[in-house]
Design a protein around this ligand. Structure first.
Ligand SMILES: [Zn+2]
Length: 244
């Protein structure tokens, strides 16, 4: 049975002599691996359409339970060439792709994540400063995956943050802010400013069209991005991979 969908290449790896296994995030089928037969021999455009970040219309063939469907067509919609050629942004973009590769189960539709990734790549491609879009992507992804850090109540006693304070204590191992009572004698918190705490709440209320209209201070964006990156690294390091 032939299936067709829009898809973004997350990664590829060599397979057999001249073949590739391509991992896609697709609009209809979520994360899938497909077998691309002799991509270099067929024609160059097919081969180049299998590079990471490439956004294409693809067709693949395989029985429902086939472990590795065969890729039979791939027509590029947007190669995101400038993003692939800019090494300074590429590492940061791979961090975004890694979230999909780590947390999305195979063959379970995840259209919301597909749209999030596609819109983020389009925004980053059109703007010189990508920080706010990367931050938005990561927070939205964690939200969809049920992995958001908890910044609205103390992770141990459930008390809401004291609004008179200017800073709050976030503990990576708790994935949460912890109130002063509960955090007595504990060391090495991540100090989170009140501005960042409020900014986090705002981001959760935004949608894509509003991201590039909001001017947020660089300091808040950097602070939250650092916290979110630490949170993600901790989750990946602890090998806790929940089901969406
Ligand atoms: Zn507490």
């Amino acid at each position: 049975m032939i299936k067709r969908t829009e898809a973004i290449v997350l990664k590829n790896k060599p397979f057999a002599d001249a073949d590739l296994i391509v991992t896609y995030l697709t609009r209809k089928y979520g994360l899938i691996n497909v077998h691309a037969k002799s991509p270099k021999k067929i024609k160059s455009r097919f081969g180049s359409s299998l590079e990471p970040l490439t956004y294409s219309n693809i067709s693949f063939f395989g029985k429902e339970d086939a472990s590795l469907p065969r890729l039979i067509q791939s027509d590029i919609i947007n190669p995101f060439q400038p993003l692939r050629e800019d090494f300074s942004s590429l590492t940061k973009i791979y961090e975004m792709l890694k979230l999909c590769l780590t947390f999305l189960p195979e063959r379970e539709p995840a259209e919301e994540v597909f749209i999030l990734l596609l819109n983020t790549l389009l925004k980053i491609g059109a703007n010189s400063d990508s920080k706010i879009f990367r931050l938005y992507y990561k927070i939205r992804f964690l939200d969809i995956a049920g992995l958001l850090p908890s910044l609205d109540i103390c992770g141990r006693c459930g008390t809401p943050p004291d609004t008179n304070r200017r800073h709050y204590l976030f503990y990576i191992a708790d994935g949460s802010i912890i109130c002063n009572n509960c955090a007595k004698n504990e060391r090495n918190p991540f100090i989170l400013s009140k501005g960042s705490l409020n900014f986090f709440g705002s981001i959760l209320r935004w949608n894509h069209s509003s991201v590039d209209r909001i001017k947020a201070p660089e300091k808040l964006i950097s602070e939250l991005l650092e916290l979110i990156n630490s949170h993600i690294n901790y989750i990946i390091g602890s090998k806790f991979v929940p089901k969406l």
